[in-house]
Design a protein around this ligand. Structure first.
Ligand code: GLY
Length: 385
């Protein structure tokens, strides 16, 4: 995949289109977008009324008040629903409650649901929008780095079940994404690093020069340097938009976006989807495992996995299973069992995203589960850096 120049101006707002025919939409990236939401929505959706879905953290940071104020002049806001933060909110119970509350607010077919928050809120509110009155439009206003570069774009919505993550859901594309980079100023550093794992993922899967740029500029991105941040978010969204436009429902190429996720989701499920291991942290470990396994299978040159792990460790991300806090680690057989719940399993065969090099990922359905189990047993036992 070739690297194109970021479309944003240094301090301005850039637009990345997601080209999906009648379901096409724009991702706006830059500062001040929450405060400008009223005008931006009015320009695109006229007098459509809206309801905000968010979590308590967005009350604390003031982003909810800012968005509500931005929407008030046209009296277009039906109300705001504030949920508990955390992965546990992506459940059947919360989905049912949310749908009922949206109906109680009087949300109609022509209205907009606005998802203000991170990936949990975007996935849950997007799924509620997909099923409410058989489908209403929604706008993503992602306020975490992870949501800005990944979950708010591409239309994957859903909830978790005890069997695994995101196993119930729908493809339902948003009508607009407002990625306000100012919102990241209030993001805790741990979450900023976790989101960075998904930024690095784009370079690792398809753009070696972007990964090299990240190696030189990660400090600026994590320090919220405006120029560096906009460039990192824009390039990530451009890559995602290109892949989603070619394979919206993940029949093949979109699976590349799951680099590190087969291992990562299993680790997250093992950790109980808890704060012990944030999604992006699980993905960081999963990416390292995918590169180490690729090296062990001789797909990828020696030393590649160490370069990847060194970069992720430099931004305070975990790179090994033994980095997950806990008295005892998972068992390799447990992780394989959790991986079998992966949506990419076909005829019982696991699908992995592996790599031939940095920037050269590929999808493999030829991986032998016995090899993976042996590899994981060695990884679980391993403690050195
Ligand atoms: N997060 C991977 C995807 O949207 O396909």
């Amino acid at each position: 995949m070739s690297q194109s120049a970021p479309r944003s101006q240094d301090a301005g707002v850039g637009t990345v289109p997601v080209e999906l025919g009648p379901r096409s939409y724009d991702v706006l990236i830059g500062p001040g977008l929450i405060g400008a939401a009223g005008e931006l929505l009015h320009a695109r959706f006229g007098a459509a009324r809206c309801a905000i879905v968010t979590d308590r953290n967005l009350e604390t940071t003031g982003h909810l008040a800012r968005l509500a104020e931005a929407l008030t002049p046209g009296h277009r806001l039906r109300g705001a629903i504030v949920l508990s933060p955390g992965e546990a909110t992506k459940s059947f119970g919360e989905l049912a409650g949310l749908c009922q509350r949206l109906l109680e607010l009087g949300v109609e077919r022509g209205d907009l649901v606005i998802a203000l928050g991170g990936g949990v809120i975007g996935d849950l509110a997007g799924f509620a929008a997909a099923v409410l009155r058989r489908g209403v439009r929604y706008v993503q206003v992602p306020t975490t780095l992870l949501a800005q570069v990944d979950s708010s774009v591409g239309g994957k919505t859903g909830i978790n079940t005890p069997q695994g993550k995101n196993l119930i859901g729908a493809f339902h594309q948003p009508s607009l994404v407002l990625a306000d980079t100012d919102a990241l100023a209030s993001l805790p550093d741990r979450e900023m690093s976790a989101g960075y794992a998904e930024v690095a993922k784009y370079g690792l899967l398809g753009d070696a020069s972007f990964f090299a740029w990240l190696e030189a500029n990660a400090g600026g991105v994590l320090a919220r340097d405006r120029q560096a941040l906009i460039r990192a978010v824009t390039r990530s969204v451009e890559m995602k938009a290109e892949i989603v436009a070619r394979d919206e429902t993940e029949t093949e190429e979109r699976m590349l976006l799951n680099l590190g996720h087969t291992f990562g989701h299993a680790l997250e499920a093992w950790a109980g989807f808890s704060a012990k291991l944030l999604h992006g942290e699980a993905i960081a470990i999963g990416i390292c495992l995918a590169f180490r396994f690729s090296e062990a299978q001789r797909f990828c040159p020696a030393g590649t996995a160490a370069r990847v792990a060194a970069h992720l460790a430099s931004v305070r991300l975990p790179t090994r299973i033994s980095d997950v806090p806990g008295a005892t680690g998972p068992d390799a057989a447990d992780l394989i069992r959790l991986m079998r719940q992966d949506k990419k399993v076909q005829d019982g065969r696991l699908t992995f995203v592996l790599a031939r090099d940095i920037g050269a990922a590929f999808v493999s359905r030829e991986v032998n589960a016995v090899d993976v189990e042996g590899f994981l047993a060695r990884e679980i036992a391993r403690r050195e850096p």
